[in-house]
Design a protein around this ligand. Structure first.
Ligand code: TLP
Length: 347
C-alpha cells in the first residue's frame, strides 16, 4: 500500500479531527440569516473577545472577509495602500476593483514590512484628478514573504499615522494567531492597531471552513449587509461555526509546534546546495524555497517531489512554497527532508 503523500501545499489542507467532528455533530443550530444560530453567535463573540474588538462576523472565506472589509471601509473611486506581494493584491481576483470600485496602490518591499514614510509617500494630494486615499491594508503574517511577522511596534507607528491622517486600516490577519504565538504577544495587541481584522479558522487552526471579520459594532453592522450582498448569508451555519469555536479553544497554542517543525525543515533544506531558503523569513509555518539554481523548473520540481510523496505548490517563477500544519508530524518532516535531498542532490 503506498503511503499518503506528505501534504505541504498549504495549512488549508487540514482535515477535522475526531474531536472537532464531535463538536460539529453536537452543534446547536438555527437560521443565521434570521440571527437565530446560537453557535454562530458564540463564535462571533469569541472571535471579538480574542481580538479585543467590539464585534465579529462569520464569513465563508478569508477572501470574502477581506473584500467585505474593503466594501465597508471605502467608496467607489477610492484608493487603498497595500503591500505589493499581499494576498489581497495578488490572489483575490481583483476583488477590490470589481466589487468596491477601489484602486490598489501597491508598495514594493523586500520583506513585506512597510513603514510610515512608505505610506506617506503613497498618499494622494487633495486634487480633483486623483483618487482619494482612504484605506491602508496590512498582512500579518505575510504569506508570500514566507510567513514573516509584521513587528508590533511598526504596526503601532502606522496606527498613530493613519489616525492622524484620517485613513482607515484593515489587517489581513489570515494567520494573526501564528504571529501572536511566534512573538508571544497577545493577538489583541496586533488587532488594536487596525480598524478591522480578518482572520482564518480554516488555516493553521484546523477548521474545515470559515473566517472571521472583527471590528467595532458600526463597522460589523455594515459588513453584515455587504456579506449578504456577496451571497455570504448562511443558514444553519452553526454546523461549521462549531468547528471554529473548537479551533479557537484548542488549536491556537499548538501552532508553536508547526513553527518548530517549519524551522527544522527550513534549516535542513538550507543545507542542500542547489536550493536556497532565506532563514530570516522562516518565523512561522511557511517556507519559500528558491529553486533557480537547481537546474529544474518549478513545475519539474513539483512533479519530482510529488512522485516521491511530497506535495508543495508553485510560488512564483523560481520559488515553491512549503507549509507545516496540524496534519504534519515529526515523521513527515523527516520524510520530506530525505525526499528534498534526493530530488535536489547534485548530479
Ligand atoms: N491563502 C491561500 C491561497 O489563497 C494562497 C494559501 O494557501 O495560503 N489572506 C491570506 C494572507 C491568505 O494566505 C489567504 C489564503 C487568504 C487571505 C484568503 O483565504 P481563503 O482561501 O479562505 O479565501
Amino acid at each position: 500500500m503506498p503511503h499518503d503523500p506528505v501534504d505541504l501545499r498549504s495549512d488549508t489542507v487540514t482535515r477535522p479531527t475526531p474531536e472537532m467532528r464531535a463538536a460539529i455533530a453536537d452543534a446547536v443550530v438555527g437560521d443565521d440569516v434570521f440571527g437565530d444560530d446560537p453557535t454562530v453567535k458564540e463564535l462571533e463573540a469569541l472571535a471579538a473577545e480574542l481580538t479585543g474588538k467590539e464585534a465579529g462576523l462569520f464569513v465563508p472565506s478569508g477572501s470574502m472577509g477581506n473584500e467585505v472589509a474593503i466594501l465597508a471601509h471605502t467608496r467607489r473611486g477610492d484608493e487603498a495602500i497595500i503591500e505589493f506581494d499581499s494576498h489581497i493584491y495578488n490572489y483575490e481576483t481583483a476583488g477590490p476593483a470589481v466589487l468596491s470600485g477601489v484602486q490598489l496602490a501597491p508598495i514594493k518591499t523586500e520583506r513585506g514590512i512597510f513603514s510610515v514614510s512608505d505610506i506617506d509617500e503613497a498618499i494622494r494630494p487633495d486634487d480633483v484628478h486623483e483618487p482619494v486615499t482612504r484605506l491602508v491594508c496590512l498582512e500579518n503574517t505575510h504569506n508570500r514573504k514566507g510567513g514573516i511577522v509584521f513587528p508590533l511596534d511598526r504596526m503601532r507607528d502606522i496606527r498613530e499615522f493613519t489616525l492622524r491622517r484620517g485613513l482607515r486600516s484593515h489587517l489581513d490577519g489570515a494567520r494573526i494567531f501564528n504571529a501572536a504565538v511566534v512573538s508571544g504577544i497577545d493577538a489583541r495587541e496586533y488587532c488594536a492597531t487596525c480598524d478591522s481584522v480578518m482572520f482564518c479558522l480554516s488555516k493553521g487552526l484546523g477548521a474545515p471552513i470559515g473566517s472571521m471579520l472583527v471590528g467595532d459594532t458600526e463597522f460589523i453592522r455594515l459588513a453584515h449587509r455587504y456579506r449578504k450582498l456577496l451571497g455570504g448569508g448562511m443558514r444553519q451555519a452553526g454546523i461549521i461555526a462549531a468547528a471554529g469555536v473548537y479551533a479557537l479553544r484548542h488549536n491556537i497554542e499548538r501552532l508553536a509546534e508547526d513553527h518548530v517543525r517549519a524551522r527544522r525543515l527550513a534549516e535542513a533544506l538550507s543545507r542542500i546546495d542547489t536550493i536556497r531558503v532565506d532563514l530570516e523569513t522562516v518565523q512561522s509555518n511557511i517556507i519559500v524555497v528558491d529553486v533557480s539554481e537547481s537546474g529544474l523548473t518549478v513545475d519539474e520540481c513539483i512533479l519530482l517531489l510529488e512522485q516521491k510523496g511530497v506535495l508543495v505548490v508553485p510560488f512564483g517563477r523560481t520559488t515553491i512554497r512549503v507549509v507545516t500544519h496540524l496534519d504534519i508530524d515529526d515523521d513527515d518532516i523527516e520524510k520530506s527532508v530525505s525526499v528534498f535531498e534526493k530530488v535536489f542532490a547534485k548530479s
